[in-house]
Write a protein that binds this ligand. Structure first.
Ligand code: DAK
Length: 257
């Protein structure tokens, strides 16, 4: 485990990233954002799956309200863009990222979870965009990613009311993929990571690229993009190995090339 001040990282096939500022419920101050930027801007070369979680009773309880209180519009704009860029690094990270939401995921915390590929929640998780309670709007992507994940009506309800929902409600609107007892959450996230690690690494990387990139294109362009990525994989050893293994009724041994 390598320890920066607030973000701990355990390298490996499962790269564990733990936000550790429990005294402030892991609120995102500038230092936490900077450390997250460092972690997600330099992915290790070897294929891996990231599990992102928080220490203590929160995933992340939001952007640091103490730091934002005195900001003027210029500073607020820079803070917002800075956070958005860090979260975009997670979306663009070349390997899968699973958020294990162990507790509060509020404001910037939910925005962080929404930049991850998959969200798994503990039964104790509470999620919401409470910015309106503070007289502001989300500034780290919440107005854009939330409607893309749960649809406009449900997103506007959460954004207008600022209410917190529990994990089961989050599951029912598709905001999280699964809900587990608190003590099982990390194990279940690891099981999902292990499942992904058995697949062809080139295929997994390509899927992230095509799904995320394609959603920003008109359908016809996105389908061309898919066909290109699909054809490219046919020049890989993994494709030959995967299909050969099926025909020979054995498990494939993917090498990521
Ligand atoms: N920021 C700073 N400190 C926080 C915090 C936060 N978001 N959330 C909790 N803490 C701190 C508390 O102040 C407290 O510190 P001490 O008093 O012990 O020093 C400590 O964490 C423990 O919190 P509580 O004592 O309040 O714990 P409870 O279990 O009683 O309550 C709670 C848990 C999550 C219900 C409560 O802490 C809470 O309501 N927290 C605030 C949640 C929230 O409103 N989150 C959204 C923040 S706003 C933008 C950029 C970004 C954003 C908006 C605009 N632009 C630049 C335009 C994003 C905004 C947000 O994320």
């Amino acid at each position: 485990m390598t320890g920066k001040k607030y973000v701990k990282v355990e390298e490996g096939e499962i790269r564990r990233v733990i936000i550790s500022r429990p005294e402030a419920l892991n609120a995102l101050n500038r230092e936490v954002l900077e450390e997250l930027r460092e972690v997600f801007s330099s992915p290790p070369e070897d294929f891996h799956v990231v599990i992102l979680t928080g220490e203590g009773k929160a995933f992340v309880a939001g952007a640091d309200i103490g730091e934002m209180g005195d900001m003027g519009p210029g500073e607020a704009y820079n803070f917002s863009r800075e956070g958005q860029k860090v979260f975009s690094l997670i979306e663009e990270y070349p390997y899968p990222v699973i958020a294990a939401i162990n507790g509060y995921a509020l404001g910037g915390g939910l925005e962080l979870a929404m930049a991850c590929d998959i969200r798994l929640a503990s039964e104790r998780a509470k999620l919401g965009q409470p910015e309106v309670n503070l007289g502001v709007i989300p500034g780290f992507g919440g107005t854009q990613r939330l409607p893309r994940i749960v649809g406009m009506g449900r997103a506007l309800e959460l954004l207008y009311t600022g209410k917190m929902i529990n994990a089961e409600e989050a599951l029912s609107i598709g905001l999280v993929n699964g809900v587990y007892p608190a003590e099982e959450l990390l194990k279940r996230a690891e099981e999902m990571a292990e499942e992904i690690l058995k697949k062809g690494p080139l295929a997994i990387k390509s899927i992230k690229w095509v799904v995320r990139g394609g959603l920003q294109m008109p359908l016809e362009k996105a389908l061309q993009f898919e066909a290109l990525a699909f054809s490219k994989i046919f020049s890989s050893e993994d494709q030959k190995e995967g299909m050969q293994a099926f025909l020979e009724k054995r498990k494939p041994e993917f090498r990521g090339r």
